[in-house]
Design a binder for this molecule. Structure first.
Ligand code: HEC
Length: 172
């Protein structure tokens, strides 16, 4: 094999790996494992805080201690696109696939974020529950609640007329 062919072959393999890797991590409808889900939510750079306010708020009593004391909720571009100008989800509208909502959880209002609770909309994905994937990670990606648990610890409390999202009826 001459040098040029060899380089062509190597380039082909590298590109093929890059494409299949991308599809594995980002393709909608595919069940993400914890590692790819964490990569996905942290690779999205355009997030919008609820009502465009970066303020860290107390978690409501409705969380019954399921989430720690303080929080800030953010939406990726896909999810934010369906919100109205007040930052609310209009009645009857559902979030589209690949919407990501992250609840940053803090134990102190002025402290560092300690936990990322995530809801990722992937209708029909094998690990989904009520059309969302549910998971919790430390800021560095340690799994605190695995996506493979199908959101069993989350959905009973996440009942809402707003596509299972609670914040709209709590902080209006
Ligand atoms: C006992 C109730 C309860 C349980 C259990 C619970 N949550 Fe929540 N969650 C809430 C409430 C209430 C809010 C709204 C914000 C607030 O009040 O602090 C919320 C907010 C969120 C948000 C921001 C979007 C929204 O719905 O407002 C995400 C993301 C989230 N929770 C993920 C999870 C995940 C993942 C689990 C399971 C591992 C879970 N939650 C379990 C009550 C709960």
């Amino acid at each position: 094999m001459n040098k040029r062919k060899l380089i062509q072959n190597i380039a082909f393999v590298v590109i093929a790996f890059a494409i299949t890797g991308y599809i594995f991590i980002f393709a909608p409808k595919q069940t993400a494992d914890d590692e790819s889900l964490y990569k996905w939510i942290t690779s999205e750079k355009e997030y919008y805080y609820y009502k465009h306010s970066p303020e860290i708020l107390p978690s409501s009593k409705e969380t019954e201690g399921a989430h720690d004391n303080f929080m800030r909720v953010r939406f990726n571009y896909k999810a934010a696109a369906v919100l109205n100008s007040d930052g609310h989800l209009p009645k009857g509208i559902m979030f589209p696939d690949s919407s990501i909502i992250v609840k940053e959880i803090y134990s102190e209002k002025t402290g560092q974020v300690e936990l990322l609770a995530a809801m990722v909309k992937l209708k029909g994905a094998p690990n989904s529950n009520k059309d969302w994937l549910w998971a919790e990670y430390s800021p560095t990606g340690d799994v605190e609640y695995s996506v493979s648990k199908n959101g069993k610890a989350c959905v009973s409390c996440h009942k809402s007329t707003y596509d299972n999202v609670r914040i709209f009826e709590i902080y209006k």
